[in-house]
Design a protein around this ligand. Structure first.
Ligand code: AMP
Ligand code: ZN
Length: 110
């Protein structure tokens, strides 16, 4: 838990949030400012600043995030129409929340 990190507070329940998925290692919730008909965030519970901070010990959580992205696309019925999974990395890459998260966006032309 990182002090003053909004995604740590969401992940540990300090900020009440509707989770579309929740397990021991990650949570999934709706982006507050959606950029697509479906816009979810896949967020590890453990605080990691960005993709730059990943180490070999984080391989499992990265794989779990991508599998959760795939599963949530199916759950939201956007798997066949198609979607994007992406990470913004550091300020120049558009990252504004410095707690690792993967975006799932889709639902256009369903
Ligand atoms: P990024 O630019 O990759 O850091 O994206 C951060 C995302 O988090 C943005 O799309 C924001 O709209 C979203 N966001 C910020 N605060 C919240 C919040 N409290 N609940 C849900 N999404 C949020
Ligand atoms: Zn955090």
């Amino acid at each position: 838990m990182m002090q003053d990190c909004i995604f740590c507070k969401i992940a540990n329940g300090e900020i009440p949030t509707d989770f579309l998925y929740n397990d021991d290692s990650l949570v999934v919730f709706k982006d507050i400012n959606p950029q697509a008909p479906v816009h979810l965030l896949i967020v590890p519970k453990r605080h990691i600043r960005s993709i730059n901070d990943l180490t070999g010990a984080d391989k499992n959580i990265v794989a779990e995030m991508i599998m959760a992205g795939k599963d949530m696309a199916k759950k939201m019925s956007i798997n066949d129409s198609g979607y994007k999974l992406f990470f913004n990395v550091e300020k120049g890459g558009g990252q504004i929340i410095f707690h690792l998260h993967m975006h799932l966006v889709g639902g256009w032309n369903k």
